[in-house]
Design a protein around this ligand. Structure first.
Ligand code: CAA
Length: 421
């Protein structure tokens, strides 16, 4: 869909993404353990909204609607009704219409769709916030919560770590068909962590990994699945992180930009978007992300672009195999050849098609409800030169985000264009 009323990203903010392995995450062994707690879901939500308002000098009374992407606040934090929670961030947000949006790991992306469509309905200034806190329970219990993004009745029995298992199932099928190796997949981890090492907001900012470490299973990199057929096809280093964090973007129409006093040159335009869902538990082809392909094709077609026009992208690398399948679904590589694109170096920070420049879900982290919003904020930050040590040193005109919920069941793709005047 190409918005009939132009839509602009006028402002953005991201909190640090934290969790196990991040020096700011309070866990046993941390000097402040027992003295201070990690931020709650409410604190992440309110912090990111205040940061967006303060960093860009936004008057909150101009915001008319709000969407909050969150997957499982009730389970991890015993807190729902998050639309009304955001109003606690600033007294001037009182009596606005805010609602929570849930679409598993695409909650943030679907929140963006809600905001774009609210602008088509006539609103001029709409806030989108995404947040998740997942570190309140052990990883195994969290995996059971996340399994509710799959078809729980039929897919939960595959393994306690249901999502890692669903993607290991794809890695197994792909390896058996195309001869992909663990070492090939390890290159995705190395790219992600190396980008994250340059990004102070990233969960894995301080964690280094070599190709040898990522390619080899062992006590330092265990195969965590119990399902015997899938166990050999997934190591911890193939997995995105269990992260806490939040992201926010402010969308506006042209009239909204005027009210906000924002120049177009300070904005990024949402050229077009694709939004597709397919039935839970009914993946047709393990070798392809068909829903992703449909959503991206819709977004690119309506933007008048080809896959080759994209100059920077944020794709949903919830597991290493997912980034590979994204390359093929987007149309950057033929089926079976996605690994060649990665190994060519084109998608590294130094390449001509940098992907997941801040570390992606593997390195930046994956607070699931925040991820789709963070992707849009990241493209904005790259286009506006705000990425510090991982800034791409050239002008960027066209960007792509791809946010996936479940095993390729809900996908939102955005084509974003830098406004230079
Ligand atoms: N050998 C064998 N097994 C071992 C082991 C070893 N040496 N060391 C650990 N394990 C196993 C243990 O069974 C342990 O479980 P217990 O706690 O019951 O003992 C399990 O691994 C996990 O160990 P940890 O808790 O120490 O692991 P961790 O905290 O380092 O987390 C991770 C690692 C489990 C991979 C975690 O990072 C994770 O779950 N990542 C994936 C998160 C995820 O699935 N996100 C959703 C993505 S899907 C998506 O994006 C779409 C959507 O809509 C959901």
């Amino acid at each position: 869909m190409r918005p009939a009323r132009p839509v602009y990203i006028a402002a953005q903010a991201i909190t640090p993404f934290i969790g196990k392995g991040n020096p700011h995450f309070i866990a046993p062994g941390h000097p402040e353990y027992g003295k201070r707690d990690n931020p709650t879901l409410e604190e992440h939500l309110c912090t990111v909204v205040r940061k967006l308002l303060d960093d860009h000098g936004i008057d909150p009374s101009l915001i008319q609607r709000g969407f909050v992407g969150n997957f499982a606040g009730e389970l991890f934090s015993k807190q729902g009704h998050l639309g009304a929670m955001v109003a606690r961030a600033d007294a001037r947000l009182a009596s606005k219409g805010f609602t929570r949006v849930e679409a598993a790991c695409a909650s943030g992306g679907v929140g963006l769709v809600g905001a774009i469509e609210a602008i088509q309905a006539g609103f001029d200034v709409v806030l989108v916030v995404g947040a998740e806190v997942q570190t309140t329970v052990r990883a195994r219990e969290g995996a059971d919560y996340l399994a509710r993004a799959a078809h729980y009745a039929t897919e939960r029995p595959i393994d306690d770590f249901t999502f890692p298992a669903l993607l290991a199932r794809r890695a197994k099928a792909y390896k058996e068909t195309y001869g992909l190796t663990d070492r090939d997949l390890a290159h995705f981890t190395v790219k992600a962590y190396s980008n994250a090492n340059r990004n102070p907001l990233a969960h894995m900012h301080a964690v280094k990994i070599t190709l040898e470490q990522a390619a080899t299973a062992g006590d330092h990199n265990p195969q965590i699945l119990q399902n015997p057929e899938l166990k050999p096809h997934l190591k911890v280093s193939d997995c995105s992180q269990v992260s806490d964090g939040a992201a926010a973007v402010l969308l506006a129409s042209e009239a909204g930009l005027q009210k906000l006093g924002r120049r177009k040159a300070d904005c990024v335009q949402v050229r077009a978007y694709g939004f597709c869902t397919n039935p839970l538990g009914q993946v047709q082809n393990l070798l392809r992300f068909d829903t992703t392909a449909a959503a991206v094709a819709e977004a690119l077609r309506d933007a008048g672009c080809t896959p080759q026009d994209v100059q920077v992208a944020e794709v949903h690398d919830c597991f290493t195999i997912a980034e590979l399948l994204m390359y093929e679904a987007i149309g950057w590589a033929e089926q079976g050849k996605g690994i060649e694109l990665l190994l060519s170096g084109r998608t590294s920070l130094e390449g001509d098609l940098p992907v997941n420049t801040g570390g992606g879900l593997l390195g930046f982290g994956h607070p699931v409800g925040a991820t789709g919003v963070k992707q849009a904020a990241e493209i904005y930050r790259q286009m506006k030169g705000l990425c510090g040590d991982y800034q791409i040193p050239r002008e960027l005109h066209t960007g792509l985000t791809v946010n996936m919920g479940g095993d390729d069941r809900t996908v939102v793709a955005l084509v974003l264009e830098n406004c230079t005047v």
